[in-house]
Ligand binder design. Structure first.
Ligand SMILES: NC(=O)c1ccc[n+]([C@@H]2O[C@H](COP(=O)([O-])OP(=O)(O)OC[C@H]3O[C@@H](n4cnc5c(N)ncnc54)[C@H](O)[C@@H]3O)[C@@H](O)[C@H]2O)c1
Length: 339
């Protein structure tokens, strides 16, 4: 189950996509906000609703979902339909990989982060022990249904958070993509129309290209961790207070500072202005040493130092191993203090 069928169209969900063949039963997973986006054509299927937010990406919630799949009579030929943001698709994908040793699932991402990133590529996870995504699997969805209209009901802070992932993807893709994202406003995405669809389509092309080259994240796919080496540590220290994309935005600033080794490069200044303009944080009251310690617990750490993704320029993103802790701490110290 390595390839997903990806459908992107405005109005896809209101048109009522047919439910997948469900000889073995089916369960729809959503949170209490995203349940409104369950297509009318699926409302006859049993549902399992969770509370919105990162706290639901937990071991306990995973257990409840596995129990719900069991009680709904979903067997090996069954299907899980996950309608929601990254929390719903990360949790749902992991449950689908475990139930009866793996069932098929459909991802219906409704947040911007979900539509450009989380629902595509098959990485699933829950958080455990204070760390991000500590327990997970690779289990790509059978299909991904992306409807930009879902963005019309997304809260402004979550839209802004998603723009950080859009920016990350554009920086990996190159100068042309980055230039188009520099002109992007949250309003364009909030309208959920063809212009938003175009942005999503570009991001998805970049992500699926890297995933197809390297499903198991052992090579080029690791470039997608740009901003995340720092971001996951920041997010885990501020779980519930700092949104995923907010942490990734700060992580992008760290990645450019680490690459340049000096303050005030033109790119760092541009990124800071862009993030600020979207309402995202560009500094944070956290001790660099605490963030470094959290990075030390991150699963991507390797012997002899950290692996980090350095941002030299749009399209010039480099994976570097054995980065000394002192260099990371210096970049963190400067960015967190906003200097
Ligand atoms: N698996 C991956 O490759 C991957 C990639 C990036 C991020 N992630 C994960 O994704 C999560 C962040 O994603 P997120 O920002 O979507 O979080 P989320 O699922 O918590 O969604 C954010 C909020 O928006 C609400 N929401 C979502 N869609 C809505 C809509 N259309 N209308 C109204 N409200 C809506 C949700 O209920 C929630 O309150 C993090 O846990 C992160 O680790 C995973």
């Amino acid at each position: 189950m390595n390839d997903s069928t990806l459908n992107l169209a405005c109005g896809l969900l209101s048109e009522g996509p047919p439910p997948p063949e469900t000889r073995g039963g089916a369960l729809v997973l959503a949170d209490t906000n995203t349940a409104a986006w369950i297509p009318q054509t699926w409302t006859h299927l049993p549902q399992h609703l969770i509370e919105p937010g990162e706290a639901s990406k937990s071991w306990d919630e995973l257990g409840r979902l596995l129990t719900a799949l069991d009680q709904a009579g979903v067997d090996r030929d069954g299907h899980l339909l996950a309608v929601g943001g990254g929390v719903v698709t990360d949790l749902g994908g992991l449950a689908a990989s475990l139930h009866r040793r793996g069932i098929r699932w459909t991802a219906v991402p409704t947040s911007l982060i979900g539509q450009v990133d989380a629902a595509v590529g098959g990485k699933t996870a829950v958080n455990l022990g204070g760390g991000k995504n500590t327990v997970g699997s690779f289990h790509p969805p059978a299909q991904v249904l992306v409807d930009p209209r879902a963005l019309t009901t997304l809260a402004a802070e979550h839209l802004a958070s998603g723009l950080a992932e859009v920016l990350k993807t554009a920086l990996i893709a190159g100068a042309e993509s980055y230039a188009s994202v520099r002109n992007l406003t949250p309003q364009v995405m909030a309208q959920g129309g063809e212009a938003a669809a175009e942005v999503l389509s570009r991001c998805l092309a970049t992500k699926t290209d890297l995933v197809q080259q390297d499903l198991y994240d052992e090579g080029p796919r690791q470039l997608l961790n740009l901003g995340h080496t720092f971001g996951h540590a920041l997010e885990s220290l501020r779980l519930g207070a700092l949104l995923h994309g907010e942490a990734v935005g700060l992580g992008l600033l760290c990645a450019v500072r680490l690459a340049a080794g000096s303050p005030d490069t033109a790119l760092e200044t541009e990124l800071r202005e862009l993030l600020c303009g979207w309402g995202l944080p560009v500094q944070q009251r956290l001790a660099p040493a605490a963030v470094l310690a959290a990075m030390g617990r991150d699963k991507k750490r390797q012997d002899g130092g950290h692996t980090a993704v350095l941002l030299h320029a749009p399209g010039r993103v480099v994976l570097r191993s054995a980065v000394p802790a002192a260099a990371l701490e210096a970049a963190l110290g400067a960015v967190l203090a906003g200097t």
